[in-house]
Write a protein that binds this ligand. Structure first.
Ligand code: ZN
Length: 329
């Protein structure tokens, strides 16, 4: 493992080798054989946020942490499904695991780690950053990190905030992550969303650096700067950008718009793709959340029965590596 100073001095182009929006290749017959060959060698990132259906922020009113212990848990069986598929296709995944899951289902963490996938942190209690004060957040990230390190026996260096909730209003979270010992972060969604996002943040990976006053995106981090690698999860897998609508989620693939997909492909073909999914997206039989809004139910339950077949297709068509492996170049 490289030292922190080595990591932060890596060029953007090293961290993100010549690569492309690979999943578009299934959609656009005009892509040449030559381009296709190149696309197939690009290493992308298949990230899984390991949480259960009742942890999601969209259900936070209906499912506060005080009720979690009484709910039927599905995270073990659904994570098993993902591990089985990754093993079947010989793909490496990257798992951001919720501390609550690690505490209640330690075998999930051990199994992910023993299968050779990278273990990273998704915090402890899945509370959006902006809903916590700084001290509570500090305790949350350190508790989640510590639980994973106790179970895996190695340093956990990656972090993704619940619901990508590091925003301009919560930049102090970066200071906390650095002080907790994280070397890279994947918490910024470069779009406007009702729960998260920094719309003017670059869409591709690089560094988050601080001038002592505020944090900004950069393509490198000098040795005298505070900063760390930052992966923007710009895509949700099998998605396309629709005009002024942001990114449709993996489960909404039936709503693809080829025109804008083509445009996105052409604009973004110089970078790897960071997909993300959750175990509950593989579970059409999961208990339904009573009292959730129509919008939340639509986003959460749409096309769950198609996730596995689409996931298989992604794993068949493209190459994946862990974020830490990408950092090592
Ligand atoms: Zn989450």
């Amino acid at each position: 493992m490289d030292s922190f100073s080595t990591l932060v001095r890596k060029e953007w182009s090293t961290v993100f080798p010549e690569s492309s929006m690979v999943f578009w290749t299934n959609l656009f017959p005009f892509v040449s054989l030559c381009e296709m060959t190149g696309l197939m060698t690009i290493k992308n990132y298949m990230t899984i946020d390991v949480e259960d259906y009742f942890h999601v922020s969209a259900f936070e009113k209906q499912s506060p942490p005080s009720t979690w212990g009484d709910r039927v848990c599905r995270v073990e069986q659904n994570t098993d499904t993902i591990l089985r598929l990754l093993d079947e296709k010989k793909c490496q995944g990257h798992f951001f695991i919720l501390g609550w899951v690690a505490e209640h289902y330690p075998e999930v963490v051990k199994q992910i780690s023993s299968c050779g996938h990278e273990v990273a942190s998704h915090g402890y209690l899945h509370q959006r950053v902006g809903l916590q004060d700084r001290q509570t957040y500090r305790q949350d990230v350190r508790r989640g990190k510590g639980l994973l390190e106790d179970l895996t026996g190695y340093a956990v260096i990656g972090y993704r905030a619940p619901s990508y909730s590091i925003t301009r209003q919560t930049e102090w979270a970066f200071d906390e992550l650095l002080e907790a010992g994280f070397l890279y972060d994947s918490s910024i969604f470069p779009m406007k969303h009702d729960f998260y996002g920094i719309p003017d943040w670059p869409r591709f990976g690089g560094y988050a650096v601080s001038d002592g006053d505020r944090w900004y995106a950069a393509d490198r981090c000098e040795e005298d700067q505070r900063g760390f690698a930052n992966y923007r999860s710009q895509h949700c897998g099998w998605a396309t950008k629709l005009p002024d609508r942001g990114w449709w989620l993996f489960s909404s693939a039936s709503l693809l718009d080829n025109t804008h997909g083509t445009e996105a492909y052409q604009q973004e073909r110089a970078t790897a793709v960071c997909f993300y999914l959750h175990p509950w997206e593989f579970d059409p039989e999961q208990p339904r959340m009573a009292g959730a809004s129509m919008k939340s139910r639509f986003r959460h339950y749409l096309n769950l029965d198609k996730t596995e077949q689409r996931f298989r297709r992604l794993l068949d068509d493209f190459v994946f590596q862990s974020i830490a492996a990408g950092l090592e170049g």
